[in-house]
Design a binder for this molecule. Structure first.
Ligand code: BES
Ligand code: MN
Ligand code: ZN
Length: 499
């Protein structure tokens, strides 16, 4: 869908529908809504008086302007109580309204999100409306062959602004569009089935991103990994017919001498568990075990499209975890790239093995900060629920900044402790470490294991096993791949630039 910013009044918009958001129990209409009401002969006031539409969150009612406006329809959209209004509610409202219009085959809409809402600045209100619309309309349908013709896509959304606001709002909406597209790109990668999202295909996507200015891509093959001693990553790949890849994407938008931020993403294109095989129920969902890697690709893509003045390194160790004849076996010991040895207790704790090598390798870039993003543990879902990412790490300032960024985007992140005593749980009798710490505190022992391979740089780990994939629809996150935490990381990077 195309988003345009137009100078002028919403009431005069030539579109199939005007979106008119209303707060619950609000009798005085805002300026642009009053304008639509007056020009339509009082239709909005009439609906409100009837009590048929109260402005409750999620409520949508379509009424007709009967020739009085250029637009045939007015979609009333409930925002809930004005005193409780947040950017998140604005995202939700626009997502639901756009979905409602699309379902009616109304494919063009116009809107003018009210600048005076709450304490938020007006560009934030507009960008929240744009984000909600773009993200809420996402569908993953490349494999649907039946009924395709009926699956209509919205064509455009026109935002009406005053002349004074035009350049500010156009610029901010363009940024939101780039980020929303990156989120949808991540969702596409995660949703793709594992037979069509192998490590090689993921690497091809990275190479395509590198067609952008200031972006380069290098893919390390198994031979190179072997020479480097990346035996933890190679160990996981051993049971698969698919060759592993270590994808390295660099974006150099900042000063030549400036230390980069490194993003390390788990790229398990399918996690069967390996010899410690998973139960078959829900094993299909393990095609999403590369969501961390997809996040890294999407963030680099968005940073390049925004031409952000930062230096970024993206590292995505990509492989399948399969129980082939050459597969890693419980009890095997691997010598990692760092030189430390790992006793593999459970081959299903494979994410930490491939990340161990990638995190040690990241040190070579002398990064100013490293964030790893991984669908690492089911235990994190047990601890925090499926909508919340776990955050652990060694740098308090980074954790604070990531929390703040997450709050702004509506993505949920919560810190778990990484105290020293958890280290006891991952000590091996015969090697340096073992790859599981037992059932208790599983998200933390997973992170504690990773911390042993972190170089001399500030580091934060995001466990996205829960929120990378939603089992229920949310207004602007349709059931399935969420694209979390792309928006949070973009916000974090942009905030870093503001200092
Ligand atoms: N990819 C899984 C974690 C996961 C589980 C992600 C559910 C998304 C949804 C990971 O590789 C895994 O299998 N972890 C094990 C670790 C255990 C063996 C220590 C787990 O969480 O059970
Ligand atoms: Mn696993
Ligand atoms: Zn996994």
């Amino acid at each position: 869908m195309k988003i345009n910013v137009c100078k002028g009044r919403l009431a005069d918009a030539k579109s199939q529908a005007l979106i008119v958001p209303l707060c619950e129990g609000e009798n005085t209409l805002s300026e642009s809504v009053r304008d639509v009401d007056e020009k339509s002969g009082g239709v909005i006031g009439e609906v409100l008086k009837s009590g048929d539409f109260e402005g409750k969150p999620g409520q949508v009612a379509v009424v007709y302007s009967r020739g009085k406006l250029a637009a045939k329809r007015i979609a009333l959209a409930g925002l809930g109580k004005k005193s409780e209004l947040t950017l998140e509610k604005i995202r939700n409202t626009y997502a639901r309204t756009m979905q409602h219009l699309r379902a009616m085959n109304v494919l063009e809409a116009a809107a003018s999100p009210e600048p005076e809402w709450g304490a938020e600045s007006r560009e934030k209100v507009f960008t929240a409306a744009a984000e909600g619309s773009l993200l809420g309309l996402y569908r993953f349908i490349p494999y649907k062959t039946i009924g395709r013709a009926e699956l209509k896509e919205m064509r455009k959304l026109d935002f009406f602004v005053s002349s004074d606001d035009y350049s500010l709002i156009s610029g901010e909406i363009e940024k939101s569009r780039i980020i929303a597209e990156a989120v949808c790109f991540a969702r596409d990668l995660v949703s793709a089935p594992a037979n069509e999202m192998t490590p090689s295909i993921l690497a091809d996507h990275a190479r395509k991103i590198a067609k952008r200015k200031k972006v380069t891509c290098e893919v390390l093959e198994a031979g190179k990994m072997k020479a480097l001693g990346m035996n933890a990553l190679l160990g996981v790949a051993a049971g698969s017919q698919q060759p592993p890849k270590l994808i390295i994407l660099e974006y150099r938008g900042g000063k030549r001498t400036e230390a980069p931020v490194a993003l390390v993403g788990k790229g398990l294109t399918f996690d069967s568990g390996g010899i410690s095989i998973k139960p078959s129920e829900k094993m299909d969902e393990m095609k999403t075990d590369m969501a961390g890697g997809a996040t890294v690709l999407a963030v680099i893509r968005a940073a390049a499209d925004l031409n952000l003045p930062v230096n970024l390194v993206g590292l995505v160790p990509a492989t399948e975890n399969m129980p082939g004849g050459k597969a890693l076996k419980p009890g095997d010991i691997l010598k990692s790239y760092s030189g430390r040895t790992i006793e593999v207790i459970n081959t299903d704790a494979e994410g930490r093995l491939i990340l161990a090598d990638a995190l040690s390798y990241a040190a070579k870039y002398k990064p100013a900060a490293v964030i790893d993003i991984a669908t690492l543990t089911g235990a994190c879902i047990v601890a925090l629920g499926e909508e919340v990412a776990g955050m652990l790490g060694t740098d308090d300032q980074m954790k604070k900044d990531i929390s703040r960024a997450a709050q702004a985007t509506g993505e949920k992140v919560w810190e778990l402790p990484l105290w020293d005593h958890y280290d006891d749980l991952i000590k091996s009798d015969i090697a340096d470490f073992k790859n599981t710490g037992g059932r208790m505190g599983g998200a933390i022992t997973g992170a504690a294991f990773l911390s042993k391979f972190v170089g001399n740089y500030p580091w934060v780990h995001l466990d996205i096993a829960g929120p990378s994939w939603f089992t229920k629809d949310k207004p602007y996150i349709p059931k399935g791949a969420s694209g979390i935490p792309v928006r949070t990381l973009m916000e974090y990077l942009q905030n870093r630039l503001k200092g």
